[in-house]
Design a binder for this molecule. Sequence first.
Ligand code: IPE
Ligand code: IPE
Ligand code: MG
Length: 255
Amino acid sequence: MPSRNPRALPPDLDPKGVPDHVAIVMDGNGRWAGAKGLPRNKGHEAGEAALFDTVEGALDAGLSWLTVYAFSTENWRRPAAEVRFLMNFNESLLVRRSHELHERGVRIRFIGRRDRIPPHVRRRIQEAEDLTAGDTRMTLAVALDYGGRDELARAVQALAAEVREGRGPRRIDERAIARRLWAADMPDVDLLIRTSNEYRISNFLLWQIAYAELHFTPVLWPDFNRHELFEALRVYQGRHRRFGAVPDPVPDPAR
Ligand code: IPE
Ligand code: IPE
Ligand code: MG
């Protein structure tokens, strides 16, 4: 499929000020469905169009990484029928849409536990990752059975095993931890978006969001799209990221 309109960024957005990595907590599907008198699953289904339009916007903007929260380690607490629906829905998405992402140059990566994912879904995840492994335009990371604390606990376990093999404890530094997360090559998150008027992190990317800018919007996930993404980028471009330093170089009177 030919690239439709590369870098179709709204003119008020500065292409040089686009973040490298945007992460999204796709929340509000159930409420979207409820407001329409529909079952919750219809809200999850409606989230597909939102996700793919957002991916198009991310490609237009030139993001390198887009990470989306699809299922948390806590979401197993939902009714079994909803969990089953979500797993099958993710499989169906992979079957129907992986090739399209591949044609768009998108590398698909899943982060999170695999051992509790039904085998038929796990197989499709592997196929999608293999199919798109060489794609370089953007990485779409899907967090499935993902928890930030679980990810960190696993990194600690891996490092503890290495210490037993002779690694010096002093060599457990920030880089060593980052390299043992699900995607060792994932850059820090620049912008974290959460939809549906909820103001929390819900165990998403705890390590990677250390200096992320946060953007909360009342829009429910099924109503999100590339224009909402551009709006978040606009807000981001108005922020001053300081990373603990002073805002502007202040002349030093002692010099
Ligand atoms: C987000 O929408 C999707 C998942 C967590 C899988 P919700 O299902 O949480 O929708 P609300 O928050 O109940 O509206
Ligand atoms: C966070 O949404 C997880 C996903 C979007 C997959 P939840 O709806 O599960 O979060 P809480 O329970 O409201 O914190
Ligand atoms: Mg929710």
